[in-house]
Design a protein around this ligand. Structure first.
Ligand SMILES: [Zn+2]
Length: 191
């Protein structure tokens, strides 16, 4: 094998030479973009404002009635809307696994159906498992993040996200965009 630094020519045992000069050029970034997010951490839901605590409690109640016979991972979500209404959702599983839906999307889609055109202010998400204790804040899956972005973008208003487990600390994130950087949204379809 032959290797020449000067013109980036690599020669394999088979005798094939490839010039990688252009490739190395393209791999040199002009600048690095840093993405910073702020997550506020609280020791427990007890430390939250009464309004946020109430929303977490509603999410916990929703988790109690989740239909999760397969994962035994019971997730609850509560969405607070700009008109003051709260809509809850819980995960709905299915024997044909992909047919089920996460608690966050159940809540968001129900809210959008019941109160179309009303912006979402905050969503609280929590979970409990049958066989272990969830000590850390649960986080939305990628698809739910994408759906949160859709509504955040639609109304042009940030959606606060409150995350907690069965026990322990709480995370608060000020906008959905923070947990899905470089997200795809409807602006991309207008170009
Ligand atoms: Zn999800």
């Amino acid at each position: 094998m032959e290797h020449k630094n000067k013109n980036y020519t690599f020669k394999s045992d088979s005798g094939i030479s490839v010039n990688f000069g252009w490739l190395i050029k393209n791999y040199t970034a002009l600048k690095k973009l840093e993405y910073k997010i702020i997550i506020k951490e609280y020791d427990s839901p007890e430390k939250l404002t009464p309004e946020d605590k109430e929303l977490v409690n509603k999410a916990k109640k929703a988790a109690e009635v989740a239909y999760a016979p397969y994962s035994k991972f019971f997730v609850g979500a509560a969405v607070k809307l700009e008109n003051g209404k709260t809509v809850i959702g819980s995960n709905q599983e299915n024997a044909a696994y992909p047919s089920g839906l996460c608690a966050e999307r159940v809540a968001i889609f129900a809210a959008s159906s019941l109160y179309p055109g009303v912006a979402i202010k905050t969503i609280a998400v929590t979970a409990k498992a049958e066989k272990f204790i969830i000590n850390n804040p649960v986080t939305p899956c990628g698809s739910c993040r994408q759906v949160l972005i859709e509504y955040e973008h639609k109304f042009g208003k940030p959606i606060r996200i409150i995350l907690t487990g069965a026990k322990g600390k709480v995370f608060i994130i000020d906008k959905a965009e923070d947990i899905l950087p470089l997200s795809f949204n409807s602006d991309e379809l207008k170009k």
